[in-house]
Design a protein around this ligand. Structure first.
Ligand code: NAP
Length: 260
């Protein structure tokens, strides 16, 4: 089935690893032209070389999402390199763990820049450049709907992404730009592997036991795979989702308990 992705011009942020990398890979597999971005050049080049084995339609631009100028330059340079922009798949790095007593003022401001302000700039700049419609997909977290203990920066700052998605869907909808979000649950990425390893060491447990503990509230009883998040990004960019705008889709194996 033709999903309408072939030849689309796509920028994927935080794409050297994990969820962002999986999204970039799926777009390439569907025949899109993809620019990947992240802030560590070594990781970025490694990812670029791996993705090149799938398709030559990939390029990279280094950008630190903490730096508003970098974000702006990424969208504009990506647009120039691709010769247009159809899809922005926006992922970020993770904020520091901690709670309201352990986190510093700087930690809160950093999270504001990383999670929210960078997204505002990326959406604004992409929205201006997408002259013949497009798709903006913001990957966030289930913490928008269900706080996770000791991830207060995510629990608090990420909520504003729900507002951004809603207002952008209203303000960009008339230009034919659809803006939606994904809320991944616990997903098996390098970052989660590290969290599991650290916790196993700290608690003197086997890694499998830690994973069992993490997924005890997930009805499907397992971690998600990055490809399972990427598939939803593909759906949201495809011609199967032409009337979906301003929503956030959980991809969490049923972990969110709330009905709404
Ligand atoms: N995995 C999960 O279970 C899960 C669940 C819900 C939400 N999330 C969220 O989804 C996002 C991706 O998570 P992940 O598990 O895929 O993480 P990951 O495997 O650690 O990958 C993180 C990516 O973010 C990039 N990055 C970090 N800081 C950056 C910055 N300042 N500027 C540009 N790029 C930056 C990293 O690139 P470089 O270091 O190479 O620059 C890397 O490509 C995070 O925001 C995470 O909180 C993850």
């Amino acid at each position: 089935m033709d999903l309408g992705i072939k030849g689309k011009k796509v920028i994927v942020t935080a794409a050297s690893k994990g969820i962002g990398y999986a999204i970039a890979k799926r777009f390439l597999e569907e025949g899109a032209k993809v620019i990947i971005s992240s802030h560590d050049e070594n990781n970025l080049v490694k990812a670029y070389n791996k993705l090149k084995e799938i398709s030559n339609n990939v390029d990279y631009i280094k950008a630190d999402l903490m730096n508003p100028q970098d974000v702006k330059a990424l969208i504009h340079n990506g647009y120039e390199k691709l010769g247009g922009l159809d899809v922005l798949a926006y992922v970020t790095g993770s904020p520091k763990p901690g709670n309201i007593f352990s986190l510093s003022d700087k930690d809160w401001l950093d999270a504001f820049y990383l999670l929210l302000f960078s997204a505002v700039i990326a959406v604004r700049e992409a929205g201006q450049l997408m002259s013949s419609g497009g798709r903006i997909i913001l990957s966030t977290s289930i913490t928008l709907r269900q706080p996770i203990d000791n991830l207060d920066l995510s629990n608090v700052v990420r909520l504003s992404l729900a507002g951004l998605i809603k207002v952008a869907s209203r303000e960009l909808g008339p230009k034919g730009i659809l803006v939606n979000g994904i809320m991944p649950g616990w997903t098996r990425t390098e970052r989660v592997d590290q969290i599991v390893k650290d916790r196993a060491m700290r608690e003197g447990k086997k890694e499998e036991e830690v994973i069992k503990d993490i997924v005890k509230d997930v009805p499907l009883g397992r971690l998600g795979e990055p490809e399972e998040i990427a598939n939803v990004a593909i759906f949201l960019a495809s011609n199967l989702s032409t009337y979906i705008n301003g929503v956030l889709i959980p991809v969490d194996g049923g972990a969110i308990r709330g009905v709404f």
